[in-house]
Design a protein. Sequence first.
Length: 319
Amino acid sequence: MPVRVTKDRIEGANIKRVLELTESIGATLARLPNLTDFRSGLENDIEVKPVDVEDLLGRPQTVLDRASMKAMVHDKRVLVTGAGGTIGSELVRQIAAFTPARLSMLDASEFHLYEIDLELEEQFPDIDRRAVLADIRDAGRIRRIIADEAPELVFHAAALKHVPVVETHFEEGVLTNTIGNPLETTIALSHLIFEGTLDRFPGLKICASHGGGFLPSYANRSDAVITTFPDEVGPLPKKKPTEYIRGGKLYFDSIMFTGEAMRHLICEVGIDHVLLGTDYPFPWNTAPIDHIMSIPGLTDEDRVKILGGTAAGLLGIEQ
């Protein structure tokens, strides 16, 4: 039984819902042309078109720059968290095709980790890989893994993304998405500072998700550690941790949920180093930018910087 879409513009989420309903009853879904597309009257043959990816996305499909992707991944040590999940497993497949020097796959699910590891063994047998069973909420374990694997690139896909399941198991969602994700960002940034990566690559610019995790608020403690216990830290970075954070090459996204939390982040890192959230436009707030517009004491010029001005400058986009 065919189902035809006649309306010109329908939001991607609604198209997806209709597609799911038609598939559930064994029907097909297609789109009729606009009436304005008929040139010689309705007696002409009507061309029925399948529903495109663009219909589901609600925007034109982005063409991947595979050459740049390969240049970034090829011959690098890569770590993928949530490697057995829907997003993580596809990342693993794409990365493996670009021949990394080593591919470390981390997941909390033994079965999903086994599945993706077995798939890579069959499809990419020559890739140096390691399957790591771990929970990103375990700070000590993640620190040891990063130290052992020494990744040059980390693709973070570990999160609980299926809303109905997370709503049923709310505590797990809070632990993973509210604590685990910022914790992983904190650990990754700490390694970049203390292992000398930012010193070896002075031109490197990094956008830290989750507002940089806990690091911006605790950077002064890191300063105190290297001053008080320099012999126990190992090789010392060339600058204090706060110097990398404030006015350095680190930028921080705005996934901070409230205007007051954003005000605190800006005080720690500076207005020129805060960017619109990397999860945008996911509606964490009533509207994705409500918390930015409510930051106390900000000028319109400051808000423009956060909402795209600073990012445009970094990307060389004329405003």
